[in-house]
Design a protein around this ligand. Structure first.
Ligand SMILES: [Fe+2]
Ligand SMILES: [Fe+2]
Length: 212
């Protein structure tokens, strides 16, 4: 099992969005859910420590595998070197591949559902607001831009339309709480989603008022 100090070295020290403090929050939440739901805590711990270890920071995307694929591959190398069996490596790799909202692979095991939920709870609530703003700034996108009617309808931006933090709220964040998989995470998620919604609705209202 990777140690906390070993895992810390895989993440940027100064990244408020996908840095190690996010990983530690996901680890704590995943272990709490795993305890409550009787999951395999070893798989949970390894998956949480490794889930964003490769390619999660925004940058030139061309030719790079998506971060859930890159992190799953990296996890496979680390755990195989530690002597984990192929079956348990795959259990961890599946959790990591399926942890994204935009993942093509659905979480099909209890451990994968728990990692997904723990990761998503960190985009709701106060840390969710802070991280979404942080991500927009890292990606060179504005905090708020008026979404086009097409974006509101379909989630498809018009040419040249920025993907602001508010766009991310409309496209993804407002739906996250209802797409959590486990009951205890849903309860926490509903509470956190209230703050998230209030923040982004207020943001849009203030932007509109300022434009009068
Ligand atoms: Fe991720
Ligand atoms: Fe994450």
């Amino acid at each position: 099992m990777p140690t906390i100090d070993q895992a810390r070295a895989w993440y940027p020290a100064d990244d408020p969005v996908h840095g190690f403090d996010h990983v530690l929050r996901v680890l704590r939440m995943a272990e709490r859910l795993g305890e409550e739901l009787g999951a395999d805590q070893e798989v949970i711990r390894a998956a949480a420590l490794l889930h964003d270890a490769a390619g999660a920071v925004p940058g030139p995307e061309s030719g790079r595998p998506s971060h859930e694929q890159a992190s799953a591959t990296f996890a496979g190398q680390i755990l195989s070197e530690e002597g984990w069996s192929a079956e348990r490596v795959e259990a961890v790799a599946h959790c990591i591949r399926a942890h994204r909202f935009r993942s093509l692979e659905e979480p099909s095991t209890l451990e994968a559902r728990i990692l997904y939920d723990a990761d998503k709870l960190d985009v709701l609530g106060a840390f969710g607001v802070a991280r979404t703003i942080g991500y927009a700034l890292q990606a060179g996108e504005p905090i708020f831009a008026e979404p086009s009617p097409q974006f509101i309808r379909s989630g498809e931006a018009t040419p040249g339309e920025p993907h602001s933090a508010y766009h991310e709220y409309l496209f993804k964040l407002q739906h996250v709480a209802e797409r959590l998989h486990t009951e205890p995470a849903r309860q926490i998620g509903q509470r956190r989603a209230v703050l998230l919604r209030r923040f982004f609705e207020e943001l849009a209202a203030e932007a509109e008022a300022g434009g009068e």
